[in-house]
Design a protein around this ligand. Structure first.
Ligand code: NAP
Length: 496
């Protein structure tokens, strides 16, 4: 397999990556395939070691067999290369450990001590309730020294109080500079492209404010239901599972001021200011500015699907859909609505940032042309495809008796053709490489997670105090009709 043009050999330092939860869904579906691709592109050091760790009593061979089987079932056939696998497999090992009673940590520590001067990255891909135990075990076995870093999977808590408890437990062992909180949306190519688009071009900046922008929409729409994770999902819901992290992180990247550099703290300081500028949604405004819903039976992709509580363990008040209007109280964004929307069992799967610019102040075109005169839009698609498009008005070519006719054309600002023909990277590849290189720019700092929870908590609190129950919506629709009314109330409509 061809390495891409930016690849190089290794990260320059011998690094051990220990994946706690190494037999779990995330590790098998995302982390090992990403590491395999880093190996294929020459990013893993020759002497890198990757150790899967979980309670299962597995031999190294049995673990490798499972990783191999799952890898082949998850990546397209054309990207599998037996030579790369052989190289990669030599780096992979397995250790049986239990976070709660510490068994197996002695052997893990002994294996890691073999090499002096190496660095260790501990990736916590277990349920978050084990994060405190894992840190305590690492400390007790002398594995939390200055050469170690820790990666935390979401969710960091389920509200501000529990988030602080997780952060305190991890922070008691690792300083903040060595804690990497993952939000895999930040590893997506188009999300980083948004940073390039905003800060490597002077064209957009004068318009990037309340004078130039009419509205911003961020949608993460899923067609799937809860997929066998009902009890996990039922404890969280769309607000906590998706909006608190992914959607608010995207909002931060759209709304933040230009950072002084791409240094981790420079970027994260600016994101934090946005989170702190989010106007709290008061109890009085809650019903006007937020909509929560829960899917009932319906059809998605032409197939009949059951409702949320039929899939699970009875009735529930957990929301599987949320849409809301957020306002950012600062000079740049005063008055510009940021509509956020995410849900399950919606008509199709896509994630998108939609930015609508202001209308021209006065139209000089004949009346019939005005019917087609549209405001400019910037549409950043994160999935299923990764594209950036700018919609502009143009003249319909040719002669016409009735004067100039207008049409909307799309300028494609996506990657070059050469980049497009390359394999689309898994978001975790970027993030794993960054953590191996100790670059935390694309990871979320403690104060960001806490500021996001603080804002989200008051919405959930408002629902509770008002006795707001999720409104039903048929699977395969765009959520409750109140969600349509939410944008229309302010003179806008969803970009579906
Ligand atoms: P999972 O499939 O349930 O896997 C959990 C892993 O933890 C297994 O390897 C399990 O193996 C191990 N484990 C459980 N108890 C343990 C203990 N006491 N000590 C050591 N290891 C233990 O979970 P997952 O879906 O991979 O999710 C892992 C983390 O990623 C969670 O925080 C989740 O919220 C987050 N996440 C997952 C996804 C996803 O797509 N799956 C997406 C975003 C975030 P044993 O039972 O053999 O110990």
């Amino acid at each position: 397999m061809q390495a891409d043009s930016t690849s190089r050999s290794g990260t320059g330092r011998p690094t051990d990556l220990i994946i706690f939860g190494g037999t779990g869904d995330l590790a098998m579906r995302m982390l090992f395939p990403s590491l395999y691709f880093l190996e294929a592109d020459g990013y893993l050091a020759d002497d890198a070691r990757i150790i899967g760790a979980a309670r299962g009593d597995l031999s190294r061979d049995a673990f490798l067999d499972e990783v191999h089987k799952r890898l082949k079932s998850h990546i397209p056939k054309k990207y599998y290369d037996a030579d790369v696998w052989d190289r990669f497999a030599q780096k992979v090992d397995y250790k049986s450990v239990d976070a709660t009673d510490g068994s197996g940590f002695e052997a893990l520590a002994a294996a890691l001590r073999i090499r002096d001067g190496s660095e260790a990255v501990f990736y916590f891909s277990t349920a978050p309730r084990f994060y405190g135990d894992l840190c305590a075990q690492l400390k007790a076995h002398d594995l939390a020294g200055p050469q170690s870093r820790v990666v935390l999977e979401k969710p960091i808590g389920h509200d501000l109080t529990s988030c602080r408890a997780v952060n305190d437990a991890v922070g008691a062992v690792f300083p903040e500079s060595r804690i990497y909180r993952i939000d895999h949306y930040l590893g997506k190519e188009t999300v980083q492209n948004l940073i390039a688009l905003r800060f490597a071009n002077s064209l957009l900046e004068p318009l990037w404010n309340a004078n130039g922008i009419e509205q911003v929409q961020i949608t993460v729409s899923e067609t799937v239901g809860v997929e066998g994770r009902w009890s996990y999902y039922n404890d969280s819901g769309a607000l906590r599972d998706m909006l608190q992290n992914h959607l608010l992180q995207l909002l931060c990247l759209v709304a933040m001021e230009p950072p002084t550099s791409l240094d981790a703290d420079a970027v994260r300081d600016e994101k934090l200011k946005v989170l702190r500028s989010l106007r709290p949604i008061s109890k009085q405004e809650n019903a006007l500015k937020t909509v929560c819903g829960q899917y009932t039976a319906g059809a998605v992709d032409g197939k009949a699907v059951p409702g949320y509580f039929e899939e699970g363990e009875g009735e529930s008040t957990t929301e599987t859909f949320i849409s809301l209007r957020a306002d950012i109280d600062n000079w740049r964004w005063r008055g510009v609505p940021f509509y956020l929307r995410t849900g399950k069992r919606l008509p199709y799967r896509y994630s998108e940032i939609f930015i609508q610019f202001k209308d021209v102040p006065h139209s000089i075109f004949p009346e019939e042309s005005n019917l087609t005169l549209q405001s400019n839009k910037l549409i950043i698609r994160l999935q299923p495809e990764e594209t950036i498009k700018l919609l502009m008005m143009n003249k319909v070519p040719g002669l016409g008796r009735d004067g100039m006719k207008l049409q909307e054309v799309s300028l494609d600002l996506s990657m070059s053709d050469e980049a497009r023909s390359r394999r689309r990277r898994i978001a975790y590849e970027r993030l794993l490489l960054d953590v191996l290189n100790a670059n935390s720019t694309l990871f979320v700092r403690r104060d960001e997670t806490e500021a996001a929870w603080k804002w989200v908590d008051q919405i959930a609190e408002g629902w509770r105090e008002l006795g707001q129950k999720p409104k039903p919506y048929a699977a395969g629709s765009w959520g409750p009709s109140a969600s349509v009314a939410l944008t229309e109330r302010y003179g806008h409509s969803w970009h579906d």
